[in-house]
Design a protein around this ligand. Structure first.
Ligand SMILES: [Zn+2]
Ligand SMILES: [Zn+2]
Ligand SMILES: [Zn+2]
Length: 173
């Protein structure tokens, strides 16, 4: 099984649990142009063709172009699949879990395709404030609260927030 196969394990990018997360991927209105806030340009790349609505409320009409939207949906799907595994896996809460490897890898690929300076940068900023490299085996989805947007956590003790955690944590150390 490859990372791509993992993406087929749930209902896919059109899983309602995935599509309802898209709005959390839209940059804040204050960071968008007037045209982006009005739904006249993609909120991620500024393209103007084939725009699709992303949700929004009270007059705010963010839209995305099909290629950007597809990348976000694949990312959110990979995140959701991984989070479901970690939620049900005691091992993943504390150490490296071999069964968590595939969803971890699928997430890493999908995340890297949308990573930009800003909220989706590498290293990943966890809910606790720690910065953990995207490829770190300590990185985990945040599972403590009901899902409202993709958030992250990590195994092991917190480093000082803002200090980069080490990449090379494996079971042999
Ligand atoms: Zn776009
Ligand atoms: Zn696991
Ligand atoms: Zn931390």
């Amino acid at each position: 099984m490859t990372g791509a196969d993992v993406l087929l394990l749930s209902d896919g990018p059109h899983d309602p649990d995935v599509t309802r997360l898209v709005i959390y991927e839209v940059p804040a209105a204050r960071d968008l142009t007037r045209r982006q806030n009005n739904g006249e340009a993609c909120v991620w790349c500024n393209a103007e063709d084939g725009l699709e609505p992303l949700g929004g409320a009270s007059g705010w009409r963010p839209h995305g172009c099909p290629p950007c939207l597809q990348l976000r949906l694949e990312y959110l799907h990979a995140y959701t699949v991984w989070r479901r595994h970690v939620q049900d896996c005691e091992l993943c809460r504390t150490v490296w879990c071999p069964d968590g490897w595939r969803p971890f890898l699928a997430h890493q690929i999908a995340y890297s395709l949308i990573s930009t300076p800003g909220p989706k940068a590498d290293p990943v900023f966890c809910a606790c404030g720690c910065a953990v490299p995207l490829a770190s085996r300590r990185l985990r989805p945040y599972v403590e609260t009901p899902l409202s947007g993709p958030r992250y956590s990590h195994t092991g003790p917190c480093t000082d927030p803002g200090v980069l955690a080490s990449v090379d944590e494996g079971p042999r150390r």
